[in-house]
Design a protein around this ligand. Structure first.
Ligand SMILES: [Ca+2]
Ligand SMILES: [Ca+2]
Length: 179
């Protein structure tokens, strides 16, 4: 299940929705923003389910969100980021929100800040946070043991049409319970 509530000036990738936000990410590393993404638009949001599987709280991070941030002009201190707020839910109605300090340096608790190296075409796994890049989340931080849905909401409303807002490439589930 995937439900997209687009904001203004987004929609890049929507012709390939929902497939574009499932499957392996196609990260472009630190040099440019990957194009295997759905642009949420200004204030847009998306809810993703995982085919009936649930994310469970295991040791360390439990899922990773892949956007397409990159180092502007190659400068690691100048990340071109479009941050998103991440929430989880069991029923799709009641949500637990990861607090996102978007103005902290570096931002904390948000998705969309860490460049993506995971790439299905290059054989770089999205299931190994040591190599994948992306922004990892731990259910334990919220005191949540299990989640069926992840919601991402664009926070910054930047970028030009049709690429405005948070660009979702994929979410990888590190700790899953399969029914
Ligand atoms: Ca965990
Ligand atoms: Ca982006």
């Amino acid at each position: 299940m995937a439900a997209f509530d687009p904001g203004d000036d987004g929609g890049f990738g929507s012709d390939r929705f929902p497939e574009i936000v499932y499957g392996e990410p196609l990260g472009s590393g630190t040099t440019s923003g990957g194009l295997d993404v759905l642009s949420l638009g200004r204030g847009g949001s998306i809810v993703l389910g995982f085919g009936g599987n649930t994310i469970v709280d295991g040791e360390g991070p439990d899922f990773v969100v892949f956007e397409n941030p990159f180092f502007a002009a190659g400068d690691p201190n100048n990340v071109y980021a479009e941050l998103g707020e991440v929430s989880v839910s069991m029923d799709g109605e009641s949500w637990s929100v990861f607090p996102c300090a978007e103005d902290a340096e570096p931002p904390a608790g948000c998705a969309g800040f860490s460049p993506v190296f995971a790439n299905g075409d290059l054989g770089i796994s999205s299931l190994d946070p040591a190599v994948s890049g992306g922004d990892a989340f731990d259910l334990a931080e919220l005191g949540v043991s299990e989640a069926r849905f992840v919601r991402i909401r664009d926070l910054q409303g930047i970028g030009a049409e049709p690429n405005a807002g948070f660009d979702l490439d994929a979410i990888s589930v590190l700790h899953a319970k399969v029914p």
